[in-house]
Ligand binder design. Structure first.
Ligand SMILES: CC(=O)SCCNC(=O)CCNC(=O)[C@H](O)C(C)(C)COP(=O)(O)OP(=O)(O)OC[C@H]1O[C@@H](n2cnc3c(N)ncnc32)[C@H](O)[C@@H]1OP(=O)(O)O
Ligand SMILES: CC(C)C(=O)C(=O)O
Length: 552
């Protein structure tokens, strides 16, 4: 019997070639697989250029400015601000930087240009008077298909075009003391390794790359073509073989066509890259540029300072969405609406226990919760690090269990349901959510709770002090209290397990009892239930009781 019943799909996969048939991948004895990520590379957001050129409605001046100010606030120190020869808006934005103090002095401004003299001239014109450090970023596609189909140049011809443009850049801006240069062999990942190395060495020679005026060599995976290990090999090959390696800032610029842009960037850094270009939340051509927010927060989540502040991630997202006019997906790493939320029962149970353990460990150690080592299951980072609360970590639907339901009542209403009651109530919730097929909010759960346990009669809320409920006396205390208030009470069950152990202080959180044949409930004070919580619960219950009989 075969376990694998798959059959040929009939998809025309034969039309596409394996990466190894398209480009030589020269490296053997690679060292990137055994390296570790221990520090953040230099992040360079290209939202205002590569991201912008992919928008149906490119950013107007106001949106560009808002985005730029956001990037500055977050701590980016090198920002590609536009393609000044492409549009008046891009040109004017660079002029705005030149003529105002919009860019703090420690921020380097990158401007992008193709290898065409008239466009280089316009680019250099745009940066006149900029006081910040400036990088002029020159690019040309170098891969065979682009040479043959797009540019109509052979290897030698393209080399001449690039070096001619390099000379133009040098002639027009080489004497500006605040200007450095960047070169991108576009579609690096499909270019013959010996050829791209030759071109890059020619450019760094021409621009006289030196440790005090390094040249940025940016090696794009313009269109992803292979598994990330191949890109890592390509980057390590360049890292090992570049002529002026000490005078080169090795940069990468992954896109995400195969959905592996993040992996490409991470492996490329292991392979020697020092600088990463990308966009916030992965905007950009086609499937986007690599997402530099996820990359940074991946470092944060493994204990490495990302060097960028994401502590207000929802505000960052709102600005990015507003500027790009593209929504961020609910499942987007770190920032999506649902990424810190569990609907499923066992996940909720683990999160709830994990959060309780975190709080207890913080109290025991004296270390504040936001400083304490994080180990809550299913939450790779503390949502609070990103400026989020814990309200959304657990949401309830038909996939949920008692733990999640109890969590919502605890956080929403301060009610701690004893285990037996959790089990019982979860059955009612399950029926309700199965029927409706929808999520239930804490308020709906609370209403359902009343419907189930106090369908018509009075809701009696009893508040009583720990002192009166010393071990072994709880039943009497409750009964007595209610009797004083004029109710005969038959206490059917005290469900808190710790009651059995005789510990009143822990025990008194919630008691289920029956009053004159009708369900009612009582809340008691104890060390585990702060007075404020009790007060809130009592008030909430009393508000909801049609015929309320508050005991105190
Ligand atoms: C991978 C990347 O992200 S690259 C950046 C892509 N970004 C953009 O294109 C956004 C801004 N672009 C533009 O505004 C325009 O394309 C301009 C101003 C640059 C050029 O406009 P046009 O002169 O109208 O040319 P067009 O847009 O049709 O571009 C195609 C031409 O550029 C040439 N070209 C492509 N890349 C380069 C390059 N790096 N250097 C020089 N020329 C290039 C093509 O060969 C083609 O030339 P041809 O007309 O002689 O065949
Ligand atoms: C030219 C480079 C930097 C680029 O935008 C790309 O290859 O996607």
């Amino acid at each position: 019997m075969s376990w694998n019943k798959q059959r040929p799909s009939g998809m025309p996969s034969h039309r596409y070639r394996n990466v190894y048939d398209r480009v030589a991948v020269p490296l053997t004895g690679r060292s990137w697989p055994v390296r570790e990520l221990t520090a953040a590379p230099l992040w360079v957001p290209v939202d205002l250029r590569d991201g912008n050129q992919a928008l149906a409605e490119p950013m107007d001046p106001a949106r560009k400015r808002r985005f730029f100010e956001l990037l500055v606030r977050m701590g980016y120190k090198e920002i590609e601000v536009g393609y000044p020869s492409a549009s008046q808006t891009d040109y004017d934005f660079v002029r705005l930087i030149a003529e105002t103090d919009l860019a703090p002095e420690d921020v380097t401004v990158v401007v992008f240009t193709p290898a065409r003299r008239d466009l280089i001239e316009r680019t250099v014109e745009s940066i006149r008077g900029v006081r910040n450090d400036v990088v002029i970023h020159l690019y040309t596609a170098t891969a065979p298909t682009w040479r043959d189909v797009v540019l109509g140049l052979d290897r030698a011809g393209l080399r001449e075009t690039i070096t001619a443009a390099g000379r133009d850049v040098l002639a027009l801006a080489g004497d500006l003391p605040n200007v450095r240069f960047e070169f991108s062999p576009e579609v690096f990942n499909l270019t013959e390794p010996d050829y791209v190395l030759e071109i890059c060495d020619a450019v760094t020679g021409l621009w006289d790359a030196a440790p005090d005026r390094p040249v940025i060599l940016n090696l794009p995976a313009t269109v992803e073509i292979a598994t990330p290990n191949v890109y890592a090999d390509q980057i390590e090959y360049m890292h090992r073989n570049l002529a002026r390696r000490e005078s080169v800032i090795l940069s990468v610029h992954p896109h995400n066509d195969r959905g592996t842009g993040i992996a490409c960037a991470e492996l490329a850094v292991l392979a020697g890259a020092q600088r990463v270009e990308g966009c916030l939340f992965g905007n950009g051509e086609r499937t986007g540029n690599v997402d530099i927010a996820t990359l940074a927060l991946n470092l944060h989540a493994q204990g490495v300072d990302p060097m960028i502040d994401f502590s207000g991630i929802d505000e960052i997202r709102r600005i990015v969405e507003d500027c790009n006019r593209i929504p961020v997906h609910e499942r987007h790493p770190y920032v999506g609406d649902l990424v810190h939320t569990a609907f499923s029962g066992t996940h909720q149970d683990a999160i709830r226990k994990g959060l309780a353990e975190h709080r207890a460990r913080a109290a025991a150690s004296g270390i504040p919760e936001h400083e304490l080592a994080w180990r809550v299951p299913y939450l790779p980072v503390d949502p609070a690090d990103l400026g989020r609360g814990y309200e959304a970590v657990i949401r309830v639907n038909s996939q949920s269990g008692k733990g999640g339901i109890a969590h919502l009542l605890e956080t929403g209403y301060g009610v701690e349901l004893p285990r037996r009651l959790q089990i019982d109530f979860a059955r009612h919730v399950q029926r309700h959510t199965d029927l409706g097929g929808q999520e239930v909010t804490a308020a709906q759960l609370w209403a359902l709770f009343h419907e189930v346990y106090a369908p018509s009669g009075p809701v009696v809320v009893a508040e009583f002090a720990t002192a009166s409920t010393a071990a072994g006396r709880t039943v009497e205390a409750v009964t007595g209290l209610l009797a004083d208030a004029g109710h005969g009470v038959d206490v059917l069950s005290l469900t808190q397990q710790s009651l059995e152990a005789g510990s009143a202080a822990e025990a008194i959180s919630f008691l289920e009892y029956r009053h004159h044949g009708r369900a009612a409930w009582a809340v008691g004070t104890g060390d585990s239930v702060p007075a404020a919580t009790i007060a809130a619960v009592v008030a909430a219950a009393n508000r909801q009781a049609a015929d309320r009989v508050p005991v105190r």
